[in-house]
Design a protein around this ligand. Structure first.
Ligand code: AMP
Length: 578
């Protein structure tokens, strides 16, 4: 067995860039392990905040969401590949730049834990991420100064972590990954030490946050009914309600009863009051019913694509933080007639799988026998015009590479011109399953000019789609009569940075001041305590205020020993309120 030689050789780490939190892992002595961040935790919140003129990520940024909502950004993974931008403080950042900030933090954590910076990373993405979202992830890593060895589908990573222990048995496995913002279903088969991904389906806008949101909406109705007041969306007050609902949701996973408590809530009229709402698991599950129903769709689709019935499935693997919810497990049991297995911590399994994939690429002999295949999660094709009698019907989708094709794959189609002596073809590339292009996603376009004039209907161009292992598409067009070749450059798509924009973003990143990693334990302890101070009232608040003051004074005195003592007292106090 050969390990990655961390002292001298090539160091490749696995990174799980999650909607709510991210992790970094590495393989040592043939075993994957997650690495701890600056505050000694394995889960780093995927949150970015501006503190003064410095960028803060992770737990310190998360703690600021309830006290300075306008200076923090969360859940930006959902907007990867879109043209949305976020304003924080006086800056405007794209989802790519925000992801880059989180990845940079993970890279620094890996460097601190392993004694040297990783050379490369395998980064996980939801199987249902489209081409734009994958390219955006790639660019985020580049901005963070990471070389991406490979993008790996999250369920594939989970399957690797899981499959490794199960290789002796032949089995049909379904991976259900319910994260903060995305839901992925993957069907795979393990035969003779080969993991074959058979189908994937999912919803990139369905996850644990929706359950939290449903509780928050229930709380807002309660406020309206009982206190006749409304909450401003995107306000600090709303962020505090969401945080209270997040806690209640987790309590409801454990107990039959939960409580949404927000003290000193600033209402729209400027009044402050303590608001408390008891909620039973049964009541919450009734609120969540529409979300649970949406979970069935991707499961049905993935099974249908793999031509399986639920009873054909030998093992169901639940991963992602939100898969801890009993109503989710019950739904999986109802569909598959078996309890989902979760070998590892549901939060860590994807990062562990990504690290195993990294070691596999780095040539770890312990993993030589594992072969992983993957499939295209969507159909990819081009827009065409069809002649029905004398009428030209535009906007039709002509699939070239179908969903479920084992990748890497290359497929070619030939197209003809619609007009006599047509010399230019506008090729528009779409991804999706609908017959008309307007319902699919435009992922790029290419103008093919200098086509020799010919009569309409003659075979004119050959379009080749090549889908690589990262799920990234390359398009090549050949004009048949001249043998001229053109490659697609996806410059014009929104949500993806052009070469010039990437360069600009790179210098903007270099100009960003990052909060020093060494200071994060203090900043985080303080941010958590200050967030709690807003929450509580009465004597406990006074005790907390004193502990905060003592800690601040220790920092000011720069007395290392005193800082340690007061910080640990403060952290203990904050912990006692959880
Ligand atoms: P992930 O993207 O895998 O990090 O998933 C995070 C999601 O899992 C968030 O929406 C969390 O609220 C949710 N989550 C974590 N722990 C629990 C729990 N014990 N019960 C319910 N949801 C949870």
């Amino acid at each position: 067995m050969r390990d990655q030689d961390q002292a001298h050789g090539h160091l490749v780490v696995g990174m799980d860039l999650g909607t709510t939190h991210s992790l970094v892992a590495v393989v040592e002595n043939g075993r994957p392990r997650v690495l701890r961040n600056a505050v000694g935790e394995v889960l780093t919140p995927s949150v970015v905040a501006i503190d003064g003129d410095a960028v803060v990520t992770g737990a310190a940024a998360l703690a600021r969401t309830t006290v300075a909502a306008s200076e923090t950004v969360t859940a930006f993974k959902r907007d990867m590949g879109s043209s949305k931008t976020y304003s924080i403080g006086d800056r405007t950042l794209t989802p790519i730049e925000l992801s880059a900030c989180v990845l940079r933090g993970l890279k620094d954590d890996a460097e601190a834990a392993l004694g040297r910076a990783p050379d490369e990373a395998v980064i996980s993405v939801p199987a249902y991420f489209n081409d734009l979202q994958r390219r955006a992830t790639h660019q985020a890593a580049e901005l963070a100064g990471l070389h991406v060895e490979r993008l790996i589908n999250e369920p594939t990573a989970a399957a690797i972590a899981f499959g490794l222990h199960q290789l002796e048995r032949e089995q049909q496995v379904v991976v259900l990954d319910l994260g903060g913002g995305t839901f992925d279903v993957t069907v795979l088969e393990i035969i003779e030490e080969v993991i074959e991904i058979q189908s994937s389906a999912g919803d990139s806008r369905l996850g644990g946050e929706d359950f939290t949101q449903a509780l928050a909406e229930r709380f807002a109705r309660h406020l309206q009914e009982q206190h006749h007041c409304t909450l401003e969306p995107a306000s600090d007050a709303w962020a505090r309600v969401l945080a209270a609902c997040e806690t209640a949701k987790k309590t409801l996973s454990r107990d039959g009863q939960g409580r949404i408590t927000v003290n000193g809530l600033k209402l729209s009229e400027g009044r402050r009051r303590d608001v408390d709402l008891e909620i039973s698991r049964q009541e919450a599950e009734a609120l969540w019913q529409p979300i649970l129903e949406r979970i069935r769709g991707p499961i049905r689709r993935a099974l249908r694509d793999a031509e399986l019935n639920p009873s054909d499935v030998d093992e169901v693997l639940a991963v992602g933080g939100a898969s801890r919810m009993p109503c989710f497990t019950a739904l999986a049991e109802e569909i598959f007639g078996r309890t989902p297995a979760s070998d590892h911590s549901v939060d860590e399994v994807v990062a562990l799988g990504a690290a195993l994939q990294a070691a596999l690429k780095a040539g770890d002999a312990a993993l030589d026998d594992l072969i992983v295949t993957d499939v295209a999660p969507f159909t990819l094709g081009v827009e065409t015009v069809s002649m029905i009698g004398a009428q030209a019907i535009a906007g039709l989708f002509s699939p070239i590479l179908e969903r479920g094709t084992v990748i890497p794959a290359s497929r070619v189609h030939t197209y003809s011109t619609v007009e006599n002596r047509q010399t230019v073809i506008e090729l528009k590339i779409y991804q999706g399953e609908h017959a008309t292009c307007d319902r699919n996603l435009l992922i790029g376009s290419l103008t093919i000019s200098d086509i020799p004039p010919r009569p309409a209907g003659e075979e004119t161009i050959e379009v080749r789609f090549t889908y690589d292992l990262n799920g990234v598409l390359e398009v090549e067009v050949i004009v048949l009569s001249t043998c001229l070749k053109q490659d697609l450059v996806l410059e014009q798509s929104a949500g993806r940075l052009s070469a010039a924009e990437l360069e600009q973003a790179r210098s903007a990143m270099a100009g960003l001041k990052f909060h020093p990693r060494d200071a994060l334990p203090n900043t985080t302890a303080l941010a958590r305590a200050e967030a709690l101070h807003v929450e509580i009232l009465g004597p406990p608040r006074q005790v907390l205020a004193r502990a905060i003051a003592a800690f601040r004074s220790a920092i000011e005195l720069q007395d290392a020993e005193l800082i340690e003592v007061t910080r640990s007292e403060l952290a203990g106090l904050v912990e006692s309120f959880r």
